[in-house]
Design a protein around this ligand. Structure first.
Ligand SMILES: [Zn+2]
Ligand SMILES: [Zn+2]
Length: 695
């Protein structure tokens, strides 16, 4: 009977906001379908209670099995149902959960490893009502010993509470199913699958892995060979999964079994720098070396997940659902970046020469506010490229912290020229295309040449001669020199200023090191903006490019003078050949008016090293709020069957380094600095600045 019903009943979840009033995440049992493509049926509210009959366009829905519908119904608010479905792999694993599977749930802001005990039916069982399904879980042993005395029984968990699944791989593996003889009792909660009490004998206190079921799960997965260099994961005592690379395998002093030494992705306070006891087995950064029995390690599930994905392309829901998310997701807030973004398999996944694009998109959209408003202005069709960018890349990056390679490829294929989907391109070419043809933004820079309007641009290429600058110039100095020596000015303050470093082709760098100024003062390169005389501080009327590098006059600083000082400075014999330009200054400005400075903040630096682009992003106001992103930091598998592993690292040391004076930075011994500091200083390709709101 149950089976028949299941076949006839068709369930759908509303993925697009409906004109007829059904909100996203609503679940509908369709009883009929009209010729126009409308589904008509029962809409279920919270608690499985039939709210009303309703109709919705079939295009705005995604089909569900009855079991899925019941699991999702217990998830609230309804928008979380869609989030869960977006994670296709996790959702399907949750739907297939069986007794004794190990899951990690988010419980009271904590991550808790649990075993699945039962599938429970929540709510009264009445005809015409769709019962919600939840999970009854038991705490892992060890955890239970500690918590038993002071905690009440665990609540029932919804499918969306489960953040990770480790199948038990037991021989008797049967998905939890509603059995047909559990009929129409009216208890608020019915246990659908009655299970014997779990056996916790021989418990070893404090060990998360002493439970037989868990060991089984791990052993079941150990046919994936783990060796030195393998990426592995371990569930730590507090229930969080930690990830790392196996750096050492062997039998440590005083142990009998094989152990693994992992270098973790992130620091854990109780970890070492490669020593166990008094013996060093390998060397890594402090607080990153974790030693555990080899049987406690299993292959990094995030990559198993991806390799499955590659074999079986993603089912439509991930795309359908994300396409629907029509609200703009704001940039990732400073306080959320470390938990939300940092780690392996984070950011934008690189694929097939895409690093130029990954690094650029990551720089522009992760946490910068510069382009937040641009999306709202652009308007093209539902399937247009700007919508793909917004929904499948930017919103996804900000919401989930990870954009799979196929989303990026979908976007690349729409960029007009086929080579954008295949070749390594220059970021500036991509930025112009992106801003002009995808987002339909006016050129960011209004350039004036000798006071006259000149061509507009999206980026500014620094053009200087090497002998005009010091050995380690800053972006501030380069920009001023580049503009002054060509007599160019910005017509207005740009919302975003993208500066290309003086380097040509992939290899030639004019300067081995460039200091990425964290603040760029553009007051002196603005057209018709009041400026101070370099000498006396009065309103300046002349500017002299040749004075800029004069060794007697604070070389590297832009020089402008009032007419008195201009005459005086240029009476010096060494400067008589100079040709100062007259500045355009605003009319009617009192001579002693205070002059407002205009500053822009560095928010990202794109770097290139042997034709591979990576990016540094300053994600907040704190000087140490820096992350590093590489869309191809690591790779799993070979060239043909593998995939790239994008990695985001926190690098506060970059902020510390840049907080020093230019003098200290230019003389710093890079061999004593972290690798990332050195890359930032030596490999910069493009520096991105934004005007912040308080200016
Ligand atoms: Zn003066
Ligand atoms: Zn001069």
């Amino acid at each position: 009977m149950e089976v028949d019903t299941e076949r006839q009943e068709r369930y759908f979840i509303v993925v697009r906001r409906s004109k007829k009033g059904l909100s996203r995440g609503s679940i509908l049992r369709a009883d009929a379908e009209t010729a126009a493509g409308d589904l008509i049926g029962m809409v279920y509210g919270g608690g499985g209670i039939t709210r009303s009959s309703g109709s919705v366009k079939k295009d705005d829905t995604y089909p569900l099995s009855r079991h899925q519908a019941q699991l999702l119904l217990f998830v609230s608010p309804a928008s979380r149902r869609l989030e869960l479905m977006c994670n296709v792999q996790l959702f399907s694993a949750v739907c297939d959960l069986t007794q004794d599977d190990l899951v990690v749930v988010k419980h009271k802001k904590d991550f808790q490893p649990c075993l699945v005990k039962n599938l429970v039916q929540v709510g009264k069982d009445k005809p015409g009502v769709l019962q919600m399904l939840g999970f009854e879980l038991s705490l892992m042993e060890g955890e239970e010993d500690i918590l038993l005395k002071k905690t009440v029984p665990l609540p029932f968990f919804s499918a969306a509470d489960i953040v990770q699944v480790v199948p038990s791989h037991s021989n008797t593996r049967q998905p939890l199913r509603i059995s047909s003889d559990l009929g129409l009792n009216s208890k608020a909660v019915s246990r659908i699958y009655s299970m014997p009490a779990l056996n916790f004998r021989n418990a070893k206190k404090g060990s998360t892995f002493s439970n037989k079921n868990v060991s089984n799960s791990i052993q079941a997965m150990s046919h994936y060979s783990l060796e030195v260099g393998s990426m592995a994961e371990v569930i730590s005592l507090n229930g969080l999964t930690v990830y790392g690379v196996i750096r050492w395998i062997g039998v440590p002093d005083g142990k009998k079994n094989y152990w693994a030494g992992l270098e973790l992705d992130n620091e854990v306070t109780t970890c070492s720098d490669g020593t166990l006891g008094t013996i060093r087995y390998f060397t890594c950064e402090g607080n990153k070396a974790l030693f555990v029995p080899l049987t406690n390690c299993k292959p990094d599930s995030r990559f198993l997940f991806i390799s499955n994905e590659i074999q079986k392309p993603l089912e439509p829901p991930s795309v359908t659902l994300l396409e629907d998310l029509d609200e703009d997701v704001p940039p990732v807030a400073e306080q959320d970046v470390l938990s939300h973004l940092v780690g392996r398999m984070r950011g934008i996944q690189g694929h097939f020469n895409s690093c130029y694009l990954d690094a650029t998109l990551f720089s522009l959209f992760t946490s910068s506010i510069a382009f937040s408003r641009m999306f709202n202005r652009s308007a093209d069709s539902e399937e247009g490229i700007s919508h793909i960018l917004r929904r499948d890349i930017v919103n996804r990056l900000r919401r989930s912290g990870f954009v799979p390679a196929d989303s990026v490829m979908k976007f690349r294929k729409q960029l007009g020229c086929k080579s954008f989907a295949t070749d390594e391109k220059d970021p500036e070419e991509f930025i112009t295309l992106l801003l002009k043809h995808v987002l339909h933004i006016e050129p960011l820079l209004k350039i004036r040449s000798r006071g006259e309007l000149s061509q507009d641009a999206y980026t500014h290429q620094i053009i200087v001669e090497k002998n005009q600058m010091g050995a380690v110039p800053s972006v501030q100095q380069l920009l001023e020199m580049s503009l002054v020596s060509s007599d160019l000015k910005f017509g207005e303050i740009p919302s975003c200023l993208i500066v290309q470093m003086p380097r040509f082709g992939k290899k030639f760098k004019m300067f081995p090191k460039i200091i990425p100024s964290t603040e760029l003062d553009i007051t002196d390169v603005l057209h018709c903006s009041p400026r101070e005389c370099f000498v006396c501080g009065h309103l300046a009327e002349y500017e002299c490019g040749q004075c800029l590098m004069d060794h007697k006059l604070q070389p590297g600083k832009i020089k402008q003078y009032c007419s008195t000082c201009n005459t005086q400075v240029h009476t010096h014999t060494s400067r008589q050949e100079h040709t100062p330009h007259k500045l355009t200054v605003p009319d009617h400005l009192p001579e002693d008016a205070s002059i407002q400075r205009h500053q822009m903040q560095l928010f990202a630096v794109l770097c290139i090293n042997t034709s591979h682009y990576v990016s540094f992003v300053k994600y907040g106001a704190d000087s140490r709020s820096w992350i590093f992103f590489d869309s191809m930091a690591d790779r799993c598998g070979d060239d043909n069957n593998g995939y790239n592993i994008p990695v985001i690292r926190s690098c506060p040391e970059v902020g510390d380094f840049l907080s020093q004076s230019e003098e200290e930075i230019s003389t710093a011994d890079l061999s004593q600095c972290s690798e990332l500091v050195s890359r930032l200083l030596c490999d910069s390709y493009m520096c991105l600045y934004q005007r912040t709101t308080h200016l």
